[in-house]
Design a protein around this ligand. Structure first.
Ligand code: PMP
Length: 428
């Protein structure tokens, strides 16, 4: 097998320097099975971070579905094909009745870009409202609306048609406490008034119902309900970015927007829906889709091809038959409880939050100031990796440990993760 040092050199010689590698000592992973990854020396890692391989690495049923359809046919959406329509029917059956028109794409970014096109075409207006700290993708159109990127090194700040609501973070945000939903919604009211006084046109609001890159943030109750109501009353369009949180990850609900008890006009899907295959989607209602049908064809060379749809359909089947949403709820609740117990023992843990298998552990310097503890977060993530648990850190201050494993994660895995974290925290 190729030596690690040679691999590192080849990567340096031929790949873009703006691609990063995880961990101080990069991993050379050669095999994946369910919730485990194996490096070139056969060392086994518990993958507690990969939310793309949703039903598990190299799931045999997903591989089989890809193989069978690949042997038969792979074309595009310009032919009648039952695999494509059957998948569209199956996925929309998981959604409110009027969210029933599908567009296929190849990445979460492509989905969000298309969703913006649909919304802007509907409102005839580019005004876009986002949550501070949010990430929606790597295309120009999405860097522009992602504070996570435009406010970071290399970013060029907020464009005049973009408006960011302060991150609805009840732990360390502008307003703190669980009853702050109204205060954050009030910030949106101010933005809407400002838009109204300048352009008098409705805007698009795009958000994750539970924030991922923002740091596993669960916005305080009532925020989203009030926000959606205001946007809809002003004639705007609500886009729910489900790229990270959809598909049963939150346990009690299949979709993030259900968790907030809201109904979007457009949803965008990606990551998990193809279990690693580049499949993603935009789903909307007939009114929005019909207005988009203005003479300009929507064609996507790869999006929605029969192989992608066969894979997507099998992912849905596996989630149902292996009861993975229920598992996310059961194991996620167990893990959150154990992490909360750890929080009571270590003052460095400021907050444990999340739902299902989408959890965050926020590290702070002290309980009074709540100042972020970035260095020790980085240290903890690297030590966990050394001991065989893969995690990562995120949030605007890089002090939130993210836990979002394949949904086959079990209670033994959860116990191992917490015991390993305990061992390391003892020495921090
Ligand atoms: N939306 C969210 C919420 C994401 O987390 C991401 C990726 N991290 C994207 C969109 C973009 O998806 P992709 O990387 O597939 O383009």
């Amino acid at each position: 097998m190729i030596k690690k040092s040679i691999l590192q050199k080849l990567r340096k010689d031929y790949l873009s320097p703006s691609l990063s590698l995880s961990y101080e000592e990069p991993l050379h992973i050669v095999k994946g099975v369910a919730q485990y990854l194996y490096d070139k020396d056969g060392k086994k890692y518990l993958d507690a971070i990969n939310n793309i391989q949703h039903v598990g690495h190299c799931h045999p049923r997903i591989i089989e579905a890809a193989y069978i359809q690949s042997k038969k046919l792979n074309t595009n959406t310009r032919y009648l094909d039952e695999v494509i329509v059957n998948y569209a029917k199956a996925i929309t059956s998981k959604l409110p009745n009027d969210l029933n028109i599908c567009f296929f794409t190849n990445s979460g970014s492509e989905s969000n870009d298309l969703a913006l096109r649909l919304a802007r075409n509907y409102t005839h207006n580019p005004e876009t409202i986002v949550l501070d700290g949010a990430y929606h993708g790597h295309l120009i159109s999405l860097i522009e609306i992602s504070p996570y990127k435009y406010n970071s090194p290399g970013g060029s700040g907020c464009s005049d048609f973009v408006h960011a609501i302060p991150m609805p973070d009840s732990f360390r945000g502008k307003y703190r406490g669980l009853d702050t939903g109204g205060k954050y919604a009030n910030e949106l009211k101010k933005i809407l008034n400002e838009i109204k006084s300048n352009v008098r046109k409705p805007a698009t609001f795009i958000a994750e119902s539970v924030m991922g890159c923002g740091g596993q943030i669960i916005p305080p109750k009532t925020f989203f309900k009030k926000a959606y109501q205001m946007i809809k009353n002003s004639g705007g369009i609500c886009i729910a970015d489900e790229v990270q949180i959809g598909f049963g990850r939150l346990g009690q609900n299949f979709w993030g927007f259900e968790f907030q008890d809201i109904k979007p006009d457009i949803i965008t899907l990606g990551k998990s829906i193809g279990n690693g295959h580049p499949l993603s989607m935009v789903i909307t209602n007939k009114k929005i889709a019909d207005r988009f049908n203005n003479g300009m064809e929507y064609f996507n060379s790869f999006g929605g091809n029969p192989v992608s749809c066969a894979i997507g359909h099998e992912v849905l089947n596996v989630i149902k038959e292996e009861r993975l949403q229920q598992n996310a709820h059961k194991v996620g609740t167990f893990l959150k409880k154990m992490l909360t117990e750890l929080k009571h023992r270590y003052s460095i843990i400021g907050d444990v939050r999340g739902e299902g298998l989408f959890l965050g552990v926020e590290l702070i310097k002290d309980k009074k100031t709540l100042d972020p503890e970035k260095d020790k977060t980085h240290y903890l993530v690297n030590q966990m990796k050394k001991k065989g648990v893969l995690l990562s850190a995120d949030g605007p201050d890089h002090n939130v440990i993210k836990i979002k494993p394949p949904l086959v994660f079990n209670k033994d895995n959860a116990t191992f993760l917490v015991e390993t974290m305990d061992l390391i925290l003892k020495k921090v």
